[in-house]
Ligand binder design. Structure first.
Ligand code: ZSD
Length: 425
């Protein structure tokens, strides 16, 4: 019992250490402790500061009263203080996750994949994290073998924690016409050490040819708003929405890179990944995408045009798609550029000199280097290249895809209301 009392007492006294963080009494001289206090001719002004993650402990308040009047605290009260401390410690949310975003082709940033684990024992798949959709779907043991070409698959029957979501189906079609559909399980799911139990895992029973031929992508992880999820009859939550309650901060960040691996972080903002300040702008979640308004653009060293551009931050789209007027202004500066019906967009000689493209977020300017603006040869070995900037006129929404996102550090803030944070890097 003594051991317990000592332990409990130590815990409690250690806990009391928090009390000394209270601002000192007015009138004392040593108040310059950086908490915004100021002394003015015998008068003092103290700014109150919220202590992050402070959790009330009622038992400790009673315990302090016993101490104040020199009355020995009963055993049960000391235990209650420690018990409440333990509960508070468990309640403070502090899970985080961090995982690599690896280009599926080292030569061109078509898309990025990130390792995830599903089930018990864990099955590892490489998923395309997509802020432009909200379905988590995977190649699986339910996918016809004729539609699988090298992809890793999830086999729910090999997982002791998988559960069929009986009668639930899904079907999704992406902007380029690629599509998939299937049934639904729930299972344990982790990304970079961040775990969600009972995540909806949409198993493909049918995928379109463009997914079959992309052997590096084992599925998608939607990071759009859950309102876009296609599961019927009950739509499912995204991994981010399921994980939010465990995160110290309801955010994830994208640090995509040019022709090299970047990272997705969950629950924290890594100051080492950006320079300067983060500019936050409002997000309209109603369309289900991370929809924000850019403050304008400039082509090369030309004047910055302050006309607002509303569009979506979309990690699942390779290119940038903007209004035709902006796109034609850009390619007017590129020798030999044409809008090719054959190739379905603006192309130019791979040897052409390209200007950089600058876009604004609030007062901050982000410049996409010229090298990012040449996406890839139109076919392997061709001397004609496909532009990283294309017209959005056929899509109906402006899209800031990977070509733009890899020029910035982007915070997807899932608080209420949601915002997007942009920083240079
Ligand atoms: C296209 C494409 N994009 O990345 C890859 C990889 C490809 C081609 N690849 C052969 C097949 C494919 C097609 C798609 N993907 N993968 C990824 C999701 N897609 C999106 C997401 C989204 N937010 N918006 C539009 N489409 C369409």
């Amino acid at each position: 019992m003594v051991a317990v009392t000592n332990l409990v007492l130590t815990t409690v006294l250690a806990g009391l250490g928090l009390a000394s963080a209270l601002p000192p009494k007015i009138g004392t001289t040593n108040i310059g402790n950086g908490n915004g206090a100021s002394l003015d001719g015998g008068r003092a002004t103290l700014k109150q500061a919220r202590r992050p993650n402070y959790r009330f402990n009622g038992a400790r308040s009673v315990y302090r009263t016993y101490l104040k009047y020199g009355v020995p605290a009963p055993e049960d009260l000391i235990k209650a203080v420690a018990h409440t401390d333990a509960l508070n410690a468990a309640a403070v949310k502090r899970d985080t996750g961090s995982a690599a975003a690896v280009p599926i082709d080292p030569r061109f940033d078509i898309a990025y994949v990130t390792p995830v684990t599903i089930g018990t024992p864990p099955q590892t798949l490489q998923l395309d994290f997509d802020t432009g959709s909200s379905d988590l779907w995977v190649f699986s043991s339910h996918t016809p073998t004729s539609q699988i070409r090298g992809q890793e698959i999830y086999t729910p029957d090999k997982s002791t924690t998988s559960k069929l979501l009986d009668g639930h189906t899904w079907s999704i079609t992406y902007g380029d016409g690629s599509a998939s559909r299937g049934n639904v399980y729930t299972d344990n799911f982790t990304v970079g050490g961040l775990a969600v139990a009972s995540q909806a895992i949409q198993c493909a029973q049918q995928v379109s040819s463009s997914f079959t031929t992309e052997e590096s992508i084992d599925g998608l992880l939607g990071l759009g708003f859950s309102t876009l999820n296609t599961v019927n009859p009950a739509s499912q939550l995204t991994f981010f929405d399921n994980a939010k309650s465990k995160l110290g901060s309801p955010v994830f960040t994208a640090d995509l890179k040019n022709k090299q691996a970047g990272t997705y972080d969950f629950g924290f903002i890594d100051k080492a990944k950006y320079t300067g300040e983060i500019t936050y702008v409002p997000v309209n979640p109603d369309p289900g995408y991370w929809t924000f308004t850019s403050s304008g653009y400039a082509v090369g060293s030309g004047n910055f045009s302050g006309s607002p551009i509303t569009g979506i931050a979309d990690t699942g789209t390779s290119l940038v798609y903007l209004p035709t007027a902006i796109v034609t202004a850009y390619y007017r500066q590129v020798q030999g550029a044409t809008n090719s019906r054959n190739y379905g967009g603006y192309v130019f000689p791979c040897s052409a000199t390209l200007p950089p493209f600058t876009f604004g977020v609030g007062e901050t300017k982000f410049t996409i280097p010229a090298s990012y603006m040449s996406y890839a040869p139109v076919t392997d070995g061709s001397s004609t290249c496909f532009g990283g900037l294309q017209s959005s006129s056929g899509i109906g929404v402006n899209i800031w895809g990977d070509v733009a996102l890899k020029a910035a550090f982007v915070v997807f803030n899932g608080a209420n209301p949601p915002t997007l944070g942009w920083a240079t890097k």
